[in-house]
Design a protein around this ligand. Sequence first.
Ligand code: FPP
Length: 256
Amino acid sequence: MFFNKKSPSKSTEVDLTRVPKHIAIIMDGNGRWAKSKGLPRVAGHQQGMEVVKKITIAASDLNVKVLTLYAFSTENWKRPAKEVGFLMKLPTRFFDTFVPDLIKNNVKVSVMGYIDQLPLETQKAVEQAVEQTKNNTGMILNFALNYGGRAEIVTGMQNLAQQIQTGALQPEQIDEQRISDVLMTASLNSYRDPELLIRTSGEQRISNFLLWQLAYSEMVFLDQHWPDLDAEDLKQAIVIYQNRDRRFGGIKEDKK
Ligand code: FPP
């Protein structure tokens, strides 16, 4: 469903007892936001980073358990070197200025993706933030960095094949749980699969994000560009989610 601020949904207030535990976001539209203001694309990413801070605090205040943000995909390397270089420096800038707030808000940083392929300085910034926040017990802020859903599944299948090769696993033992266990969301335990996926900037596709985990997620597409997003937009996306009828392939009780 395409959501526009001007088209009100059934209920307008967030029901705090039914906030999705895991929200995943495709933060799209940084480039278009910058272009609309006559600015270079990287200005959109810089503003996008500021919005990550606001949305993180807003989600934590709403008692979200996991917020997964698609910050850099395995396909984003195709962008001009200057833009990729800027994006690679963002984690350092972000954590340099934001770790005290993360600690104050009890937020724990986590990261998923092919981190060892990132520049060493980026790896260091991320690892340090993970270390500095490891004792926090509140929301997990999970960055997908150099992440791709298909690559994740390939790596997971290689892992299972190796287990079979060593005799630790029989092919017939492979089930959904075992596949879920070899994916990059495994450490999120009961929060592995997002209930809600949000994508900004009007595009309606999932772009190789959490292909397995999104099987039953509700998808909300907002027309605002990511750098324009605020806490109210996050709440409105949650309200749309709460007005949906989630059936997981079954039927509603009163329709039996
Ligand atoms: C998509 O917009 C956005 C990205 C590829 C990068 C997202 C990164 C941020 C929002 C900042 C991340 C912050 C941290 C802390 C790592 P786009 O450039 O594809 O926009 P366009 O479709 O309008 O060109």
